[in-house]
Write a protein that binds this ligand. Sequence first.
Ligand code: F6R
Length: 369
Amino acid sequence: EKGGFDWFMEKEINEQPQAVADTLLGRTDETGALVLDELRISEEQLRSVDRITFVACGTSAYAAMIAKYALERWTRIPVEVSLAHEFRYCDPIANDHTLVVSISQSGETMDTLMAVKHAHDLGALTLSICNTHGSTIPRESDGVLYTHAGPEIGVASTKGFLSQITACYLLGLYLAQLRGEAYADDTRVVLTELQETPDRIAEVLDRLERVREIARFMADTRSVLFLGRHVGFPVALEGALKLKELAYIHAEGFAAGELKHGPIALIEPGQPVFIVVPGPDTPHGLHGKVVSNIQEIRARGARTIVLAQDGDTAVEPFADEVIRVPRTSPMLQPLVTAVPLQVFAMELANAKGLDVDQPRNLAKSVTVE
Ligand code: F6R
């Protein structure tokens, strides 16, 4: 049942190209336009949306954070991300022009369900991005966009996460299509590249030996930091969460720009830091800024483990380790950079002799508040 792998998580990590491909399948017509009939929300209602709020917990909330960058760029609709358990108690602002998008792999997370019900009571349109057919959250929502990752059994979300990002991008591109044009990118170009990402993810899966070795060497590590910017920031948060939940190691993710506002004080000789580096062509010179961040922490003795695109040689002078990922456009990078971080956490937990599929204190679906 584990398909020859030691853990369900490992199997599910390896299923990610398929999970993303299946989430994209059948969602375009013969002209290449997106068709999301299953949404159950009319085009007219969607066109009237002037505000989007994502509600989710844990890894699903990181998918929502990534979605915010993409949806605002493509649709110019203001997007907010709220942890579902915070949403309900903060007097959220929502009305019939608000689209509240919940993201839940299981479709049973109580905090997220209650946020959806609250949004419904406020008169908002509710859309569920969910991986589980017939589960409660899609049933309680106006519309649904299923991810087609297949059953996720390992407690730590992996293929669920990548398929959520994919579904969010489909939603963003669809809203852009409905509204005429995408503002910043050509939606067709992004969609075509999105359709090619399963191959990019497969390439990542083929070159994970070094990350596994690094993880095995680090079995005694007590603290690991993760840095990223832009869509790489939620990826850093996800890398830290995976390490906490699987390997029980203290881990924190930061936006790299925050470093000098406090976290850089944590850097002491030998401190391992993962850095998710945006591609060299990322707008606003972000690549150079992250390279400077690496330089700053390296000068203070950090052990830098750098995730960088193929051909990005600028990171090499400041990297103790470079983990290469295939080139993608900036927005699609999380679909490749998340993978080595999942494998790192899994392998480290394995090296510590821990149960990768069933970490202590955690349940696959959190059906209580
Ligand atoms: C982390 C993880 C959790 C879930 C969270 C939400 O690996 O699995 O953080 O992402 O509990 O679960 P769903 O998506 O089922 O609502």
